[in-house]
Design a protein around this ligand. Structure first.
Ligand code: ADP
Ligand code: TRP
Length: 331
């Protein structure tokens, strides 16, 4: 029996890269296990970058609606908002007291983010400790994540090992599960699709906006008549992860033959985005219009998550030499 756990930050609206690179594979792995998975919206992590309360709330609902629209069954899995389980902050402190400073100072993602920001917060620095607490609090076995999270999983295992060495075997060691076969999807400017580059396609959002996003995909200036290299084209790369193999092959031949313009390729890409996410888009819009329904689901998930969290925390408090139950609030 393996417990799957993963989180997605509510730092923006979910884009095609998040849906295909994170949410869909995580749900496939979760549904393949007999045990319920722990799936959450990492809103405390999002606080490292989002300082508008309105934006944070809005993003949290957008991410929750996207998980549900992509097929998450909240009765089968434990689906919750990270901040609804305050125990995670307490565990973060205990873990932080065993985390070597250089391990955090040398983490790639901290070094990369901190060179781009004018103000570097302590929250950004301790981000990996909160992530380790997310994983260890629920005794997860398998953690599906993008390759960019590899080091965060190594840090989690190092912290768990350090804790277990000092205090006894309390934590299970989690294994990362990387999505080997999913390529990194390019955004509309050809760089990796990312909220922080403002180059995303949002297939669950408004169709007119999706159309505008597709029209803005950057291409070279090869004339319509000339043959084109499909492998160098963002439109083709995106089309090939969405369309059926024979349609992809047909587009490839059209590129190679010439007489096929990027404008036509964009129309085909828009069409496949529109149709292949039609059911999910409808579900997404229904959830977005029902914040009370989302709240009810997230609250129910948080109750189940807290039960599990309190069990672990009780063991941890006892192990480190604090009173085992005084701060454990029963819900
Ligand atoms: P962003 O770069 O937009 O801030 P996140 O870092 O919040 O995205 O992404 C969460 C997860 O979504 C990543 O760990 C990864 O698994 C997946 N993901 C994000 N962007 C892409 C992409 N361009 N291609 C494939 N997967 C992606
Ligand atoms: N840091 C992850 C990301 O940016 C999100 C995350 C937070 C996470 N806590 C987690 C992922 C725990 C897996 C497990 O993608």
């Amino acid at each position: 029996m393996s417990r799957v756990l993963t989180g997605i930050q509510s730092s923006g609206h979910p884009h095609l890269g998040n849906l295909l690179g994170a949410i869909r594979p995580a749900l496939q792995l979760a549904d393949a296990q007999a045990e319920p998975a722990f799936l959450f919206i990492a809103d405390l992590h999002a606080l490292t970058t989002i300082h508008s309360p309105h934006q944070l709330r809005e993003n949290t609902y957008a991410v929750a609606a996207a998980w549900l629209a992509m097929g998450l069954n909240p009765h089968r899995h434990v689906f919750f908002r990270q901040s609804d389980v305050p125990e995670v902050c307490e565990l973060t402190w205990y873990l932080g007291c065993l985390t070597p400073y250089p391990m955090l100072a040398n983490a790639h993602s901290f070094k990369e983010k901190s060179t781009h920001l004018s103000k570097v917060s302590a929250g950004l620095f301790t981000y990996p400790v909160l992530m380790a607490a997310d994983i260890l609090l629920y005794q997860a076995d398998l953690v599906p994540v993008g390759k960019d999270q590899k080091q965060h999983l190594e840090i989690t295992r190092d912290i768990a090992n350090a804790f277990n060495r000092v205090y006894g075997e309390i934590f299970r060691l989690p294994e990362p599960v990387f999505q080997e076969e999913t390529m990194v999807l390019p955004g509309i400017d050809g760089r990796k699709m990312s909220k922080s580059y403002g180059n995303t396609l949002e297939p669950l959002g408004d169709l007119e906006e999706l159309y505008r996003q597709v029209r803005r995909i950057v291409t070279d200036s090869t004339p319509v008549d000339a043959p084109k290299d499909p492998e160098k084209c963002t439109i083709f790369k995106l089309y090939s992860v969405l369309a059926p193999p024979d349609a992809v092959e047909e587009m490839r031949q059209r590129y190679l033959r010439g007489g096929y313009g990027y404008g036509q390729a964009k129309e085909a890409l828009y069409e496949v985005l529109r149709t292949s996410f039609a059911t999910e888009r409808q579900a997404y819009h229904q959830w977005r219009a029902d914040p009370a329904g989302l709240e009810a689901i997230l609250r129910e998930g948080a109750e189940k998550a807290r039960e599990e969290a309190q069990k672990t925390l009780q063991l941890v408090r006892q192990a480190v030499g604090l009173s085992a139950s005084s701060s454990v609030v029963k819900t």
